[in-house]
Design a protein around this ligand. Sequence first.
Ligand code: PLP
Length: 388
Amino acid sequence: MHRVYLDNNATTPVLPEVFDAMRPYFAERFGNASSIHHHGQETRAAVEDARESVAQLLGCSAAEVVFTSGGTESDNIAIAGWVAAGDHVITSSVEHHAVLHACKHLEKIGCEVTVLPVDGRGLIDPLDVRPALRPNTKLISVMMANNETGVLQPVEDIGKIAAEANVLFHTDAVQAAAKVPVNVRQIGCDAISISGHKIHAPQGVGALYVKKGTRLQPLFYGGRHERSRRAGTENVPGIVGLGKAAELAKQALDRGDDRKVAAMRDRLQDGILAQIEDARINGEGAPRVPNTTNIRFDGIEGEALEIALDLKGLAVSTGAACSSGAVEPSHVLIAMGLRPDEARSSIRFSLGKQTTEEDIDFALALVRETVARLRTISPRYVKQEVSS
Ligand code: PLP
């Protein structure tokens, strides 16, 4: 069956160049990067090259990059590494669960957490940040790009407020890295999380930028790996893959490849809006990463649409999480003011480096036909009257 994958915000395929770079580090160059003999030195050099590539992508120095097991761990280190009982943290209602659930845990250990709201476009108002500050505020954690809508938060404005207040600022850039420029100095932050598998490197590797001079409490106790910031033998093949993916991502951003992705995303989005009635973009009017669009199809269950499209070869996603058999509407869309039924009728399309014009044509035709078919059998669908 012909298959098209438009779920790159869930995970991306490893690029062939990335796989080629990793291959020798599974069997031939297998040393432990902490060993002082030849084998260890070989892998140590590869890890340090990868660190330099990640630093180049983020605009920081190599010593500020800590390798982790992925975005979730990076977010958890940044949060638990700085915050202790009695501290106050500010975050937002649209964060990934890696941040929101870490903050829930903080509450259990005696921290206070303020969750900032977003407007109908999914944006935080930086003017809400300053009044939320308290004398015991230790950290602000606000994501750069949302995984469901692609909406980009005003992180530079928030970074300025944090710096003025002498409060640490962490941003989860897992869905921003490699899609838009991410520069630590420009954002003015103390920590940034990224994840390998969202940028065409493998799953299970990530990185955390930690500003020089900022000390954090490690999550794991063990050896002095990663300058005592993350204990555990380094995942050398994964780190090499992340380094290569970071290098390729920087080159692609410098070439302006993101504009090509944005053009394909816009063609898909405009085509859907022009050809399908009662479809709306979630996050419209907000700045968004170039590869993502989240669209609401009135009168349709997103899950049903996702499954129907998958049966015909198109992989997309609803933001919904399935907990104990019940489909919960996306917390992100609910925070943006959508009703649960509206949130449940939304689908995320996310493009990757491998997406082609033909993929977009295929998706457009299939979505049009499937939405029309599902609406004919949906008791919920009532065609909107055009008001004169
Ligand atoms: N943060 C965001 C915004 C994400 O989209 C994800 C993954 O979907 C994560 C964190 C977690 O990253 P990982 O899957 O590498 O643990």
